[in-house]
Ligand binder design. Structure first.
Ligand code: GUN
Ligand code: ZN
Length: 424
C-alpha cells in the first residue's frame, strides 16, 4: 500500500466534481496485482486510519484521474495538421496514402511507440483507438500498450470498398482477421478489442453484416466507427443506402448499435438519431478540434442533453489537432456556445473535465474501472503541476474556486502541466 497527499479531484456518480484541497489517495494491489484505489478523501480524515502506510507528499500539486481519449487514430500521428477542404478530400489526399505505409509491420511498431509516448505525456491513460486495415498494425499497438500496462481498446479497420489499393481489405479475409485478433487480444491484461468498420461508405453490405455477426457472437467486445461527421459524407451515405432512415440507422440495420459501441462525431443528427443512440446504449465521441479543423460542424450539446445521448471527449488525431485533453476541452467549450439558447457560460469546466474522464469511462462501459479515483477504480492517475509555466502559475495562484482553477488549466495548460502519470 502507498498513499499520496496532494489536492485531489474525483467525480460523484451524478458527474459533479469532488475536490479536496488537501487530499489523500491510498492505492494498493488488487486481486490480479494491478493497483487499485483503496481510499480517497480528505487527508485529515483518512491519514490517521492508515498509520503504517508511507505517504508521498506532493505540495502544490493536483492528483486527478488519468484522461480517456474516446476516439483516436494511432496511424494518423503524423497526419496532424494536414489541411483539406473537408473530410473526403482529406482522407483521399493525406490519410489513406499515409495509412498504406502500415503494411510494413516495422513501420507500425515504430509509430506505436511514438503514439503511446504522446498519449502518456499528455496524461491520457485509456484510449479507444483505430489501427489501420493491416492486422499487423493491431499487433504492434496492442503489444506496445501491453508492455506499458496501458488500458487500450483498439481494432483493425474494415474498409473493403471506396478505398485505394494499399488500405482496401478483402471482405472474407477482413472478417477472419477480426475474429483472430479478438481471440489474440481481447481481455489480455488491460487490452480490449473493438470491431472497427471505418465508416459506412467504405464498407460493403457484406462486410457490415459480417461485422454485426461478429459483434453478436462477442457481446463484451467494443464497436467503433464514424457517423454524420460531414455533409458530403451524409449525402454519399444516402445514395449508397437509400432505404435507410438515416446515416446512423445504417449501423442499426447491421446490428452495430449497442452498449460499448462508440461513434465518432454524431454532428448531423436529428432527435430520432439521438434517441436511437440513447435507446441502444451507444455513445458519441465528441471530437471538437477535428470538427473545427476539417470544418465538419458543431456537436449539438444541447441536443445530446435534451435527449439523453451518452457522450465524451476525444482527440480524433490526426483529423484532430492535438493529443492534449486541455486543448480538446477548450475546443469543446467553444463548440458549446453554438446552439446556446440562453445567455450564460458554455459548458462548465467540471463538465468538460468529466467528459474526458468519468463521463468517457461511462460511455465506454468502464464506469468504476477507469476515469475516476473512487475506491475500487484502477489507479490510473495524473499529477498536475498548476505552476508548470510562468503564466499558468500566476493564473492558478489567483484562482479562488475549483471552477477557476479548472478553467485556468483548460485554457493555459498543456503537456508541461502533466508532471507524472501513474498506471495502475
Ligand atoms: N471517416 C472515415 N475515416 C475517417 C478518419 O480517419 N477520420 C475522420 N475524422 N473521419 C473519418
Ligand atoms: Zn476518426
Amino acid at each position: 500500500m502507498r498513499a499520496y497527499r496532494a489536492a485531489l479531484l474525483r467525480f460523484a456518480d451524478d458527474g459533479s466534481a469532488l475536490y479536496e484541497p488537501d487530499g489523500f489517495l491510498l492505492v494498493g494491489p488488487g486481486p490480479d496485482g494491478r493497483k487499485l484505489v483503496r481510499a480517497a478523501g480528505a487527508f485529515d480524515t483518512l491519514a490517521p486510519r492508515y498509520p503504517g502506510v508511507a505517504v508521498e507528499h506532493l505540495p502544490g500539486q493536483l492528483i486527478a484521474p488519468g484522461f480517456l481519449d474516446l476516439h483516436v487514430h494511432f496511424p494518423q500521428t503524423d497526419v496532424i495538421g494536414s489541411p483539406a477542404e473537408g473530410l473526403l478530400p482529406w482522407l483521399e489526399t493525406y490519410t489513406f496514402p499515409h495509412e498504406a505505409r502500415f503494411a510494413d509491420p516495422a513501420y507500425g511498431a515504430a509509430v506505436a511507440e511514438v503514439f503511446l509516448d504522446e498519449l502518456l505525456r499528455h496524461g491520457v491513460t485509456t484510449a479507444l483507438a483505430f489501427c489501420t486495415s493491416h492486422p499487423a498494425s493491431v499487433d504492434a499497438l496492442m503489444g506496445a500498450a501491453r508492455s506499458r500496462g496501458l488500458r487500450l481498446v483498439a481494432g483493425k479497420v474494415l474498409q473493403d470498398r471506396h478505398s485505394p489499393d494499399g488500405v482496401r481489405d478483402a471482405t472474407e479475409q477482413s472478417l477472419l482477421d477480426t475474429e483472430a485478433l479478438i481471440a489474440r487480444w481481447h481481455g489480455v491484461d488491460r487490452l480490449g478489442y473493438a470491431i472497427t468498420p471505418r465508416f459506412a461508405p467504405s464498407c460493403s453490405e457484406a462486410q457490415l453484416r459480417g461485422a454485426g455477426e461478429i459483434a453478436a457472437r462477442h457481446p463484451g467486445v467494443w464497436i467503433q466507427s464514424h457517423v454524420a461527421e460531414n455533409l458530403d459524407e451524409v449525402r454519399w451515405v444516402r445514395e449508397l443506402f437509400p432505404a435507410a432512415r438515416s446515416y446512423l440507422s445504417v449501423y442499426e440495420d447491421f446490428g452495430l448499435l449497442r452498449e460499448r459501441a462508440v461513434y465518432a462525431h454524431c454532428i448531423h443528427f436529428d432527435d430520432e438519431d439521438r434517441a436511437l443512440m440513447r435507446d441502444t446504449g451507444a455513445a458519441a465521441a465528441v471530437s471538437p478540434t477535428s470538427n473545427l479543423f476539417l470544418g465538419s460542424g458543431f456537436f449539438d450539446y444541447a441536443g445530446a442533453r435534451r435527449i439523453g445521448m451518452r457522450h465524451g471527449l476525444a482527440s480524433d488525431v490526426g483529423g484532430g489537432t492535438s493529443f492534449s485533453p486541455f486543448q480538446t476541452m477548450l475546443a469543446a467549450y467553444y463548440v458549446g456556445r453554438e446552439g446556446q439558447t440562453k445567455p450564460g457560460l458554455s459548458l462548465p469546466p467540471q463538465n468538460l473535465w468529466w467528459q474526458h474522464t468519468a463521463g468517457a469511462a461511462q460511455a465506454l462501459g468502464l464506469e468504476g474501472v477507469v476515469g475516476n479515483l473512487q475506491p475500487g477504480c484502477e489507479a490510473d492517475f495524473v499529477v498536475i503541476d498548476p505552476r508548470a509555466t510562468p503564466l499558468l502559475a500566476r493564473r492558478t495562484t489567483q484562482a479562488a474556486t475549483l471552477d477557476e482553477l479548472l478553467f485556468a488549466l483548460i485554457v493555459l495548460g498543456d503537456d508541461r502541466a502533466i508532471a507524472r502519470v501513474h498506471l495502475a
